[in-house]
Design a protein around this ligand. Structure first.
Ligand code: AMP
Ligand code: ZN
Length: 462
C-alpha cells in the first residue's frame, strides 16, 4: 500500500495520460457530476456512473478504502424539474425524492457502490452564496437586475479545459443574450425566482443558483478548495466544467480546481444518437427488466471509457453468454484482492484500459476451464475488483427477464404431469419436472385440497 502508484489517467486539461499523484495520498478525492432528478435516468447516464465506479474501486484498491472519498451530487434545483413537477401536479420535493429513489435502485442493480457523500444542491445554498460573494469581492462577478453573472473577461486564462476557439464559445454563449450581461460570454451564478418558482433569500434578492455554481459549492464543502479528480460525460467539458473551474479557481485563488479532469465518451443506440424522438431512448429501469445489471455493466465496460459505445442487443446477448460462462467458473472460487495478477492491474492502471483487462479475464477463464485452480481464484478476484460476480450462482441462473412471457398453459400441463407422476410414485420423473419448472423461473407450492388430494400452486420467482 505504501508503494507509489503507477496509475496513469487521461487528463482532459493536459490532453495526455498523466501519472496520477494525489494531493494527499492519505485522502484521495474524487467528484463526479450526478443526475438532474426529474425523470428516469437513461442508459447513457449509466455510463459515467459505471466508469467512475470502476475508478473508485481501483483507487480504493490502490490507496486503501479509508483513504478515498467519492462525492457524486444530486442536482435537485433546475428549470426542467420545475416544469416536470408542474406538469405532473406534484411538489418539486415529491418529484426529486421519487426520481432519486429510482436512480438509487437502478445504480445499485448495476452493481455500483454508493458514493461516500451524495450531496443535494438544495442543501448547499449557503455555500453557493458564499462562493458568489467571494467572486464579487474579487472582481470576477457582478450583480445586475437580480442576477449575478460571472465576468468571463476577468479571468485571463478562461477556456483552458475546453480549448475552444473564442468564436465558438461566443456562439454558445449568444444563445442566452441578455441586456444585463456586460459580455456575451458571462454566465449566470444567481438568478431571480418568480412566485411559485423555488427560491432562497440572498443578498441579491429571492432567487436560485445557476447550475455550474452548484458543483463548485458541493465539491468545496465535501472535498475542499482543490481536489484530485473531477469526472463526467464528455458533453460536460463545455460549458459546465469550464465554468466550474472558473468559479472555484477565482473564488479560492488556486491555479487548479481539480488536478485531473476525466470524461467518458458518449453512448449511442444501434448506430444512432439516443433521443426520445427517434424512439431509441432506453431507461436504465427498462433495460434492467431485460438484462441483469451485471450484463449491462460488463457490456458497458467492454468499450474503453473514452471511446463512443454503440449499444446493441446483439452485443448484450453476446455479453450475457460470456458472463454466464464466467459466472459458472468464478462462483466456485473465493475472491481476494491479494490474488489480482499484475497484468490485470497494469491494464487498469493504464487509464482504465478495460479491453486489455477483459483480455486478461478471458485468459484466466480459459485456464480455469482447463483445471488451473489459481486461474479460477484470479478470475473471481479480478471480477470482484470490477464489480462483477456479486451474485451467487443460483441467484444468477435463476434470473429471468420480466418481459419473458410465461406460457401459463405449458406451466399447468407440467404441473399436471408432475402430480400424475407423484401419484404413480415415479419420483424421479416428478423431480425432473419440478427442476424444469424451476429453470423456467417458476416456484411451486404444494398443499392438500379438501379431500386430501395434492394441489400445486405456482408463481413466477422475482
Ligand atoms: P445529465 O442528466 O444530462 O446532466 O447527464 C448526467 C451524466 O450523464 C453526465 O455526466 C452526462 O455527461 C452523462 N451522459 C448523458 N448522456 C450520455 C450518453 N448518451 N452517453 C454517455 N454519457 C451521457
Ligand atoms: Zn457538475
Amino acid at each position: 500500500m505504501a508503494q507509489p502508484t503507477p496509475l496513469r489517467l487521461y487528463n482532459t486539461l493536459t490532453r495526455q495520460k498523466d501519472i496520477f499523484t494525489p494531493i494527499d495520498r492519505a485522502h484521495v478525492r474524487l467528484y463526479v457530476c450526478g443526475p438532474t432528478v426529474y425523470d428516469f435516468a437513461h442508459i447513457g447516464n449509466a455510463r459515467p456512473i459505471i466508469v467512475f465506479d470502476v475508478l473508485y474501486r481501483l483507487l480504493r484498491h490502490v490507496y486503501g478504502e479509508a483513504s478515498v472519498t467519492y462525492v457524486r451530487n444530486i442536482t435537485d434545483v433546475d428549470d426542467k424539474i420545475n416544469a416536470r413537477a408542474a406538469e405532473r401536479g406534484i411538489t418539486i420535493r415529491e418529484l426529486t425524492d421519487e426520481t432519486a429513489r429510482i436512480f438509487h435502485e437502478d445504480v445499485a442493480a448495476l452493481g455500483c457502490l454508493k458514493p461516500d457523500v451524495e450531496p443535494r444542491a438544495t442543501e448547499h445554498i449557503a455555500e453557493m452564496i458564499a462562493i458568489i460573494e467571494k467572486l464579487i469581492a474579487a472582481g470576477n462577478a457582478y450583480a445586475a437586475e437580480g442576477h449575478v453573472l460571472f465576468s468571463v473577461p476577468s479571468m485571463s486564462d478562461y477556456g483552458r479545459l475546453s480549448r475552444r476557439p473564442l468564436d465558438e464559445m461566443l456562439a454558445g454563449a449568444r444563445v442566452d443574450v441578455a441586456a444585463y450581461k456586460r459580455d456575451d460570454m458571462d454566465f449566470v451564478l444567481w438568478k431571480p425566482s418568480k412566485d411559485g418558482e423555488p427560491g432562497w433569500d440572498s443578498p441579491w434578492g429571492f432567487g436560485r443558483p445557476g447550475w455550474h455554481v452548484e458543483c463548485s459549492a458541493m465539491s468545496w464543502k465535501h472535498l475542499g478548495e482543490t481536489f484530485d479528480i473531477h469526472g463526467g460525460g464528455i458533453d460536460l467539458v463545455f460549458p459546465h466544467h469550464e465554468n466550474e473551474i472558473a468559479q472555484s479557481r477565482c473564488a479560492f485563488g488556486h491555479s487548479i480546481m481539480a488536478s485531473v479532469w476525466m470524461h467518458n465518451g458518449f453512448l449511442q443506440v444501434e448506430g444512432e444518437k439516443m433521443s426520445k424522438s427517434l424512439g431509441n431512448f432506453i431507461t436504465i429501469n427498462a433495460a434492467l427488466s431485460d438484462w441483469q445489471g451485471e450484463v449491462i455493466r460488463f457490456n458497458m465496460l467492454k468499450t474503453h471509457y473514452r471511446q463512443p459505445i454503440d449499444w446493441t442487443v446483439a452485443s448484450l446477448r453476446e455479453t450475457k453468454r460470456e458472463l454466464d460462462k464466467m459466472y459458472a467458473i468464478a462462483s466456485q472460487y473465493a475472491a481476494s484482492p491479494a490474488m489480482i495478477p499484475p497484468e490485470f492491474m497494469a491494464a487498469l492502471e493504464d487509464d482504465l484500459n478495460m479491453p486489455e483487462a477483459i483480455t486478461v479475464l478471458r485468459r484466466l477463464y480459459s485456464e480455469a476451464v482447463d483445471g488451473v485452480a489459481l486461474a479460477g481464484t484470479r478470475l473471481a478476484s479480478c471480477g470482484q475488483l470490477l464489480g462483477l460476480f456479486q451474485k451467487s450462482l443460483p441467484e444468477w441462473i435463476g434470473w429471468h427477464p420480466a418481459s419473458a412471457a410465461i406460457d401459463e398453459l405449458q406451466v399447468q400441463r407440467l404441473i399436471n404431469a408432475r402430480i400424475a407422476a407423484r401419484k404413480a410414485k415415479d419420483f424421479a420423473e416428478s423431480d425432473r419436472i419440478r427442476d424444469e419448472l424451476v429453470a423456467m423461473g417458476i416456484q411451486l407450492r404444494d398443499g392438500k385440497g379438501p379431500d386430501g388430494e395434492l394441489i400445486t400452486q405456482w408463481e413466477v420467482k422475482v
